[in-house]
Write a new protein. Sequence first.
Length: 374
Amino acid sequence: MRIDDRSLKGTSGMNENALLLLPAPMEGHGVYNRNSEVQATGLIPALPLLERAAREALLPPASEPIVIADYGSSEGRNSLRPMRLAIWELRRRDGKTRPISTVHTDQPGNDFSTLFNMLASDPDSYLRDDPCVFASAVGRSFYEQILPCESVTLGWSSWAVNWLSCRAAPIPDHVIGTLSGDARVKAAFRRQAAADWRRFLTCRSRELRPGGRLVMVTLAQDEMGQSGYDSLYDQLYGALLDLAEARLITQQELRRMAVVTFARSREEWCAPFAEGGQFAGLALEEFQIFDAEDPLWAEFDRHRDAGVLAARRAAIFRAFAFPSLAAGLDGGLGSPRTGEFFVRLETAMAARLTATLDQGAKPIGCLLLVKVGA
Ligand SMILES: C[S@@+](CC[C@H](N)C(=O)[O-])C[C@H]1O[C@@H](n2cnc3c(N)ncnc32)[C@H](O)[C@@H]1O
């Protein structure tokens, strides 16, 4: 995690001198690829929307390549299936010879080496059987315009837009802003999430060709305001308190730690489109909330070993959340204590999860957007 000393003025309005913390990329060296089966399963309900988007998107003139952008790819394994599906549908429409450019984008610190090695060697790589597909990457925040104007025909993003651009406010009593007991902290995160969503849409609209399509799948709240992960995050915070009590981290470090992810409600996803059905030249064509299948719970139903379920869940949290937490250590993510911090926190979280089984629904939102003006 990088620390930016811009003031909070105009963002939360509650602490002008607080530091803004940015989310860290996922754990590298293949750890995220090996520990993201929940995300891999959760994106499946959005695949029919992606297939439809690839079928209906307006293609560029025949002399130009077709660009597919993948926003927030991490190490890329979970992008293989959606990319393969999109390429298959585009080939079906347009033949086998047109160059297709796949652009995987993520934060600058993302482990892109693992992504390219995986694309070269994974038996499921979409590069294997199509010599006219060309993969590249962009290491830049998707809260900026990161591709040329009107260059993208198809956009895809899974489990990424729930990450906010920064920590909206210090969180005195949790690592998730909306789980704080302080109403002002919750409100600051809600405002940040609303602003970030509009910023993301504005940037993508610039990049999409008229008639292009963008499909997204990520965390959402159900109609009761539950994200499905609240009790797991409570256990993560409890595990951090355990580490603080054992003096493995200081109180100051604990107070700096945050995971800046936010589950939007239906109203929050749809708000920019509420007036006139369009925002920044994008129309929301489909919006659905599903209860994602939990593959770890399905396994647990077979083995009935709470310790195994807890260890898998802790490993998955380690891969996506621990780097952001470690950035709160003195010395940041590069601290020599990071390795031990990861191991101790994973153990403490697994111990807590073993004692508190959670089978709550895991709502996810799927969106299909169209760039108007074709
Ligand atoms: C949970 S991973 C999802 C990876 C993959 N798409 C999947 O479905 O498993 C979230 C990814 O979003 C990326 N991300 C978060 N904020 C970002 C930003 N502002 N710009 C670009 N990528 C971002 C993270 O670095 C991370 O790789």
